[in-house]
Design a protein around this ligand. Sequence first.
Ligand SMILES: [Zn+2]
Length: 458
Amino acid sequence: MTDARRTALAFAEAQRARFLTEYQDFLRIPSISTDPAHATDIQAAAAWVANHLRTIGISHVEIIPTTRHPVVFGEWSGAGPAARTVLIYGHYDVQPADPLDLWTSDPFTPTLVGDYVHARGASDMKGQVTAVLNGIESALHAGGLPVNLKFLIEGEEEIGSPSMADFISNHRDLLASDFSLNADAGGLVEGIPAIGYALRGLTYYDLTVYGPERDLHSGGYGGVIHNPAQVLCDLVAGMHDASGRVTLPGFYDRVRPLSEEERAELARLPFGDEHFRQQAGVAELWGEAGFSAVERIGARPTLEVNGLLSGFTDEGSKTVLPAKAMAKISMRLVPDQDPREVRSQFLSYLAAHAPATVRWEAKELNAASAVITERSTAEVQALQAALQTVWGVAPVFTRGGGSVPIVADLKQILGIDSVLTGFSQPGDRIHSPNERQHLPNWSRGTDAIIHFLYNLLQ
Ligand SMILES: [Zn+2]
């Protein structure tokens, strides 16, 4: 072990009590991003982060306003112009605390309960932010780092980061970096760290089928006029075949296959098909043949009907032949599908299958590509080795079924990959009453960041 690494680890160990005091100070700020009544608390939390960055030795720190909540930006370039730059992402905002009566202690009075601290934001993600900053402070104290650092700590994550795409576009040079570390994803399994390296993309459509110019009497027109609700159901039903595959022409052409190694990694997760069946409370699972549930969610594209609307839906009966029918349809996309290509696949399916008896319209509401980070990069390897060193067990590699807007924005606008990790646990009750963070894990997170930074030197 290098002297600097040893010094940094010893420093972190010696500073645990101060680190905890600072973390508790941060938790006392009720930085609820969705509630305008907490606007000054949002400012206070941004100021806390900015001051903290300055205190630990980050030379250039700015609080930059957005149309909503400010971003705390920081930069440390002591590794020199030839070194790579890691962008540390985090958020200082939290979810609302209600229902308050279900909390056993005040959500903004951090309370120690055994090995845990209870508070809103303890896990998501003030704990993760402070664990990372404590690791960086320790490494800076020990005499510098092998990489340059930038910090992007936002205050809008819990409301969907509405300003971030514009913010990143408007600050490309300021944010330019080689790689992003995002500690806003926790462990999936107690005691086993996780690295998230892929997220699915999304396209979303309103599909409306128009029939007669007004609702008609089904006795007078039924069997003569093609019912738009019937047409919509036929169209939707045809979007999957009997083996659960999506039938849009060319839908799977660009889907990157799972390697045997990835399949083996995903099979390490203790989430068999039975887990999903029980969680959902259904009699049987369904989906594309030939893949496990965890593979279908992380690595296969899917199509869902999110809503259906047509005709008379109140209590009682009304013999109507509706004038139109509407469906909300979304697709989760995987590497290397292109949302624009999927759009034309969707439209050509509709053009080929919609009968001449109706008119249809598809309106695109969202389009975002999937993201994937190569697991062979120096940064991912450095993080993998760091987590393994500290936890004594190899981290699991996971692919997320949903999307994280900031990760997609950083990829699309800055062209940089993210790796997701975190030092929370599945039982941390994030977004729920009595949110908590396991403190030994929080300290392990700090140590893992120290190892990560020094691993990048090798
Ligand atoms: Zn979060």
